[in-house]
Design a protein around this ligand. Structure first.
Ligand SMILES: Nc1nc2c(ncn2[C@@H]2O[C@H](COP(=O)(O)OP(=O)(O)OP(=O)(O)O)[C@@H](O)[C@H]2O)c(=O)[nH]1
Ligand SMILES: [Mg+2]
Length: 286
């Protein structure tokens, strides 16, 4: 595996095209360097000479693109900031304009895995911008807000969009965010779990999630696998940090495994990892 070093850069934004409408309270706009539709090598490594990948000057072995998607206000930017900087963006809600990204390098069992994380705008008017980035994403984190039923109800529409625009084998995880707001919660954890279990395979028209192929599922029947696995799901809080690092780490482990094709007995199992390591909201309120 080659060692890479990228130029010092905090990240970037690509809102855009000048055709985008002006938004209320735009974030500071950094020079847009990244472009949708750029090529990656088959093992997930970015092509050489793509300075737009930024990276804070960190060395890495493999790099992957992860996209955060979900309705406006569910907490995508806050989850990213929590993961990248360990901080919470409290106060006035400033909606993302277009698309933005941050890099973070994780050590996954001795391998430096760089995640280039794209933070998309949830607002409908930016949807066409987001569409262009799906096809380059290796993983998607699909968020809803446990205090906002409409954002939960939108998940099926997001899955349809993912089916249409994302790569067929994209790694997908469902996150129910803002679980620190226990008083305002309107979506139960069980509802999130249920949605995660049934939606993915049905969306794909298979009746069974495609990710189950070769997953080593112990069940004899497809129905058993579907019931047991479905989409990986966790509840998170960008405010307290609950399960945020875990979500990205799980994604990084899964992507790294796919790129290295580990022997089956040593295979990382995303569902098992998430289930084993994920914490409940009750243990971690601020
Ligand atoms: N209590 C609580 N509030 C949160 C959490 N995550 C985000 N928020 C708040 O929710 C609001 C929206 O957060 P953002 O991260 O900007 O939402 P977004 O999904 O990026 O929204 P768009 O950029 O419009 O797509 C902000 O006021 C945040 O402070 C969380 O885990 N807990
Ligand atoms: Mg945002």
């Amino acid at each position: 595996m080659s060692r890479k070093k990228t130029p010092k850069s905090k990240g970037g934004s690509a809102p855009a095209t000048s055709a985008l409408p002006a938004a209320n309270g735009p974030r500071p706009v950094r020079p847009g360097t990244a472009r949708p539709g750029s090529k990656t090598s088959p093992n997930g490594l970015p092509q050489q000479g793509r300075s737009s990948l930024g990276g804070g000057g960190d060395f890495y072995d493999v790099a992957f693109k992860v996209m955060l998607v979900g309705d406006s206000g569910v907490g995508k930017t806050c989850v990213l900031v929590r993961f990248k900087d360990g901080a919470f963006l409290a106060g006035t809600f400033i909606s993302t304009v277009g698309i933005d990204f941050r890099n973070k390098v994780l050590d996954v069992d001795g391998t430096k895995v760089k995640l280039q994380i794209w933070d998309t705008a949830g607002q409908e008017r930016f949807r066409s911008v987001t569409h262009a980035y799906y096809r380059d994403a290796h993983a998607l984190l699909l968020l809803y807000d446990v205090t906002n039923k409409a954002s939960f109800d939108s998940i099926q529409a997001w899955l349809a969009e993912i089916q249409e625009y994302a790569q067929h084998d994209v790694v997908l995880m469902l996150l129910g965010n803002k679980v620190d707001s226990a008083q305002e919660r309107v979506v139960k954890r069980e509802d999130g779990e249920k949605l995660a279990k049934v939606s993915w395979g049905l969306q794909r028209g298979q009746g069974v999630p495609l990710r189950l192929q070769g997953c080593g599922c112990p069940h004899q029947s497809a129905a058993g696998c579907l019931q047991e696995y479905g989409l990986p799901f966790m509840e998170t809080s960008a405010k307290t940090g609950l399960n945020v690092d875990l979500a990205f780490t799980a994604i990084a482990k899964e992507l790294k495994q796919r790129s290295t094709k580990a022997p089956s007995e040593h295979r990382f199992r995303l569902h098992d990892y998430v289930r084993r390591e994920g914490r409940g909201a009750s243990c971690c309120r601020p």
